[in-house]
Structure formats: C-alpha cells, structure tokens
Design a protein around this ligand. Structure first.
Ligand code: GP9
Ligand code: MN
Length: 428
C-alpha cells in the first residue's frame, strides 16, 4: 500500500551517506560507458598462467593513474545472476531472494533507474547485448528503466561461428556496437554487456591464445581462455575509443557481474590459486569482482573501501554531478569518506572490513581466522551488521514486490512512459 514507501524512505533518510565532495561532478556531461565483464572475478587481475598475464589490457587499466580501481568490491547477486547485477547497478535495489526481479517485476513495476535519471540530464541512453532481446526480460525491463535504445542480437552481424554460448562473440559484438555508438547524440550513456566469458567457457581454436589451466576440473580449466578473449576484446574497444577520439570525453565504468567459478569447485580453485585449502571464508572473499572507473584527468589509485554492486549507482551519479539525495537506493557512494562498509550478500551473509559472516560462522576478515567464541563487543558488532543487512534486503524486496516506487513521486523525476519506447529493428 501507498504508505509502505514511507517506512522505506524514513529508513533511507536516517542512513544516508553524504557523497564525496572531491569527486562530485568531475565527470559532469561526459559520455558514460558501462562495460559488463561477464563472470569476471577480481582474482584474474594480475593473474599469470602459461607464462603470461591472462588479462593484460584490464591489468593496465587497473593500474592506470587515471583509473579508480577497487580491490574490495563484491558481487552481491542471487539467482538472477546477470539480471541481479543489472538491477543493483542501475537502481541500487537488490535482486529478489528467488528468481530474477527483471523477469518477475521488470515489465510492470515503476523504476527510477539511472537511464531515466540521465535522460533528464540530456543524455541519450542505450544498452547493447549480443543475445536475444527477451533474455532476462531485458526488452521489457529496459523500457521501465528508460533506455532510449536496446541493441540486441538482431542488430548485429551473424554468421557461421559468430556465436558461442549465449550469444555473439565479444570481439564481434563490441566492434558492431561501436558503429552504433558513433551515431548516438552526445552525451550518451552506453551499457555494453559481454557474454563470451560465460560458463561453460568454451571457445573456438582460432580465438584461443592461452592454454587451459591444469586443475583437472572441466568447469574451471577453460576460464582463463575465455577471460583472455574477453580481455582482448576490451583491448580492441580501448583502441577504437582512442581512434574515434571518444576516449577524451568519456568515462568508462567496468565491472564483473558475478563469480565464474562457483564454491562447488573448492579443490580446483585451491590449486588454481596455489593455496592448500579453500574454505567458506575464502569463498566469500572469492566473490570479489573488478570495479574500475577510468577517465582522462581522473585522480585514480586503488581504493580499498568495502562495497559492492549496490553502491555503483550513487557513486556514478555523484561523479556525474547529479544530485540524488531523494532517491530510493540501498547503496552509498564508494568514494564517500564516511561510508558504512558492510557488504550484504543476497543470502544474508556479509563482509565488513573486520568481520565476515558465512551461515552461522564468523571470521576475521583481515586474517581469515574463524572466531570460535564471539566476545561481547564482537557480538554487538556482528548483530549490528546483521540487522543492517536483513533490514536493507527486506526493505529493498518490499520496494520491488510491492511496486512501491509507483507511490513515490519526487519533483525531480519525470516518470517513464513505457509506450514511448520500442526496440524493434524496424523502428531503430
Ligand atoms: C545472457 C546473459 C547471461 O543474455 O546475460 O546471464 P547469466 O547466465 O550470467 O545470468
Ligand atoms: Mn552473468
């Protein structure tokens, strides 16, 4: 009911983090590229195998002085995987405890998503993905989020061996996307969703340039090959950005959406990482994914704050100088000096700089040491984190399942009318 939004707003208003002043508006009016790195985990950054770096292009970006890189950034997805990542990144709302919110609620719900917010700032917004438009109900959800354009499979070249797994190979996909991007009115916000580095990590021989790892686990060993291919595709994209001149007035945001190697492959992962064991704590830390923001002139460096996908929207809007003090969002600006660093996982587990909770067990985050018996002070700290996590997950769920944003009409937001959008090729 309509009044339910008030309890959400009163919680959020009590807990709002003041965004960074230093970074506020530094990317105002710039084009934005959001680059979705499918299944890419943080461990692959600077990882070497077969006598070479697996992701040299991303490594270079990671260490660039104009890149803000985050080394304690976690994926927070549930069953909705990619779709949950998209929901968090562009709405700062969590995916649901079961299923994919984009599928169950993407068509009918009201959202106040990043594309719709940027639309009012004069941005053209477009999403690109080499799979069929209906996957994860993107073709409907993107309308609710206010995307002007959605370029899906039918907009791109097709041919023998052009596809692998869920869609068009990343190199072809990014190259084809570039020619559409060059035609977008500026400033634009373009989201590019790659797909080749997706389980089961298969790739044709011609595109393979590193040998498989040797854990003996088939679901793990191809990962470096597709990750390398993805990295090369990003390298080609970077080259195009330079030759087109778009690099000069664009901000790049890159993120890994979720784990590629699940916690069911402990032995193989231990071998891959050169560790003796891989326990539940290690698996929680293994949920880190890359998150980088790159722009000419940006004051970069490796930032150690603990955060995750839910925090991207407030971070991004602040960089773009878009005031969003009234938004319904569950994350906080990653660049804010005094932010709460509790990272919620969809199942209620969490990581803070001090404690990691997995099920009923607690660990010291910095050492990985399990806490056998919590002291009174520790108990209080973990209870506080638990309360925060369960409250935010359940309030976020209420917003989605109750379609509560339909009752929230801030003056700064122009509601999206889905009838205004069509992604059919004939209208493109
Ligand atoms: C397919 C793709 C895969 O279109 O984005 O989604 P995932 O299986 O990673 O959730
Ligand atoms: Mn995915």
């Amino acid at each position: 009911k309509a009044s339910d939004i008030n309890s959400v707003l009163s919680y959020l208003n009590k807990n709002r983090t003041t965004p960074s002043v230093t970074y506020s508006g530094v990317a105002k009016g710039k084009n934005v590229f959001v680059i979705h790195l499918e299944s890419l985990q943080q461990f692959i950054i600077d990882f070497k195998w077969d006598g070479q770096e697996v992701t040299p292009n991303l490594n270079k970006l990671y260490h660039d002085q104009n890149t803000l890189s985050f080394d304690n950034f976690y994926n927070q997805v549930g069953q909705g995987k990619t779709a949950d990542a998209e929901m968090m990144l562009e709405n700062s709302l969590f995916g649901l405890p079961e299923g994919s919110a984009m599928v169950t609620d993407g068509t009918s719900n009201t959202f106040q998503a990043v594309p719709a917010i940027l639309d009012e700032q004069g941005y053209t917004t477009a999403a690109f993905h080499g799979d069929v438009p209906s996957f994860w109900n993107r073709d409907n959800t993107y309308k609710s989020w206010g995307y002007d354009y959605y370029f899906s499979k039918e907009y791109f070249s097709s041919g023998k061996n052009y596809d692998v797994g869920y869609g068009l190979k990343d190199k072809i996909f990014l190259k084809d996307s570039a020619k559409y991007i060059e035609q977008l009115p500026q400033p634009f916000y373009a989201k590019l969703i790659t797909v080749t580095n997706h389980y089961p990590y298969t790739l044709d021989k011609a595109n393979t340039s590193i040998k498989q790892t040797d854990t003996g686990d088939d679901t793990v060993d191809g990962y470096v090959q597709t990750a390398k291919y993805l990295d090369q595709a990003i390298g080609e994209l970077m080259t195009w950005l330079k030759t087109s001149g778009l690099d000069k007035n664009s901000m790049l945001v890159l993120y890994g959406d979720h784990y590629g190697i699940s916690g069911n492959h402990k032995k193989a992962v231990a071998k891959l990482l050169g560790e003796k064991t891989f326990n539940d704590f290690d698996n929680a830390q293994f949920q880190k994914v890359p998150f980088m923001i790159h722009m000419p002139g940006l004051k970069g460096g490796i930032n150690h704050t603990y955060g995750g996908e839910i925090d991207v929207m407030p971070t991004l809007l602040n960089l773009l100088g878009v005031k969003n003090t009234g938004t319904v969002q569950f994350g906080s600006d990653l660049l804010a000096p005094n932010r709460n660093q509790t990272v919620a996982f969809r199942n209620g587990d969490f990581v803070t700089p001090t404690y990691t909770k997995v099920g009923s067990r607690y660990y010291m985050t910095q050492t990985g040491k399990e806490i056998e018996k919590l002291t009174a002070a520790q108990k209080e700290a973990v209870n506080q984190a638990t309360n925060r996590v369960t409250t935010e997950l359940s309030l976020s769920d209420k917003v989605i399942t109750g379609d509560l944003l339909r009752f929230y009409k801030p003056s700064w937001f122009k509601p999206v009318d889905k009838k205004d959008y069509s992604y059919k090729l004939s209208n493109g």
